[in-house]
Ligand binder design. Sequence first.
Ligand SMILES: [Zn+2]
Length: 92
Amino acid sequence: MAGVTRAAMLGPDSGGGRMKQVLTICCMCEKVRDKGKAEWVEGVWQDFTVYMAAYSLRPADVRFAHTYCPTCLTLYRELLASAEAHPQQETE
Ligand SMILES: [Zn+2]
């Protein structure tokens, strides 16, 4: 035996080595965008813990791509707009 090949060591069928799923997560409210589940509307934003439970995922199974969900994006824009409308209010 010349030795174990690199491919054998890194093979996809090594058992338990699942591909990590990339979750799009809102960095403000920490909801994740669902890619679609039978009883859910596609593109719906779910609470992180609800999502993980629904798909039987553990934190070790996923990676995160941070973004803003539509709700927080709207809030953020409103904050920006009001900040521009009332700049530098130091005291009430
Ligand atoms: Zn959000």
